[in-house]
Design a binder for this molecule. Sequence first.
Ligand code: KG4
Ligand code: ZN
Length: 357
Amino acid sequence: MIILGIETSCDETALALLEIIKKDSKTYFKVLGDVIHSQVSIHKQYGGVVPMIAKREHAKNLKPLLEKLIYSPITSKKPDIDAIAVTYGPGLEPALWVGIDFAKKLGELWNIPVIPTNHMEGHIVASLVPSEMVHQESFMLHGIQFPAIALLISGGHTELILIENWMKYKIIGQTRDDAVGEAFDKVARLIGLPYPGGPQISKIAKEDRFKRETAEKWNLPRPMMYSKDYDFSFSGLKTAVLYTVNKIDKVVNLEWKEEIAREFEDAVVDVLVYKTNKAVDEFDAKTLIVGGGVIANDKIREALSKLSEEKKINSLFPTSQLSTDNALMIALAGYFNIDNRILDKNFKAIGNLKLAY
Ligand code: KG4
Ligand code: ZN
């Protein structure tokens, strides 16, 4: 079976072809193609993603990307695609609609089903793809020992999810205001770094780590760290950075930027690790899954791997290629849902779609 994945929820237009091969009661996967077009350079000048520009760019890029994908050197002729998995939420609604309309038209043209797929479920299943996965070679997915705790950290989401069995999700905590990635992006803006701020912050924070062993100069808070629930709040942390910048009262020089970036990163790490640790303990988790663009951050990745080592539990993190938005994760999540989803042809884009209610 071959599934075409389509992702247009934010500022990446992505398409992927995933083949699923059943052999000797085992399931193997093969990536037949994976194409992505990032709009970062366009949104950069506005300091963040502009939904209507994202919509226009997706509309412009989907068709040429599809042509590139299905006539790639690997496939050489259009493969027999059995189903299309398309992101229907969460995300920017105008952007989501472009992918959905495109998927529905292709579904009609090729007379194949279209599977509405949850973007966050995509980020979870991305962690099941082994890092040694290379194009043209088939691979098996990592197994999960249940119960598992998934921490999803992206530009739009910060969620702790309890997974008791395959596809059985329960959100146990989430951000009450800004998502982690959003906080990275906003803090970057406050200290004069370009969009997307996450990679920029981690880059300059590294410089400060070479210079100072410990750092508590700016006294940034750890909001909600000790709250009884599993919720997060990052807007207070961002505001604390704003006050810090205002206090400096002059143009923030590079050294201060590095210090603030590092202390901000430390504060985020502390909160994420503390809450994840608490969830692992309470639910006696056997596996820790982390997904979403923010896991590209070395410091966060390192701290969460250390946590799983200390707890002696399995950890599943996506490769850097699959940690940010991509269509392979959508094709994979679509595959998992192909049998149990009611295929309603009139499905809509849902901007604030949840993984579980
Ligand atoms: O999952 P993703 O690609 O898109 C969404 O679904 O939101 O995540 C993008 C987010 C952005 O906020 C970006 O700044 C953040 O991930 N990010 C990082 C790093 N790389 C990307 N945040 C911190 N450190 C990084 N190295
Ligand atoms: Zn995402």
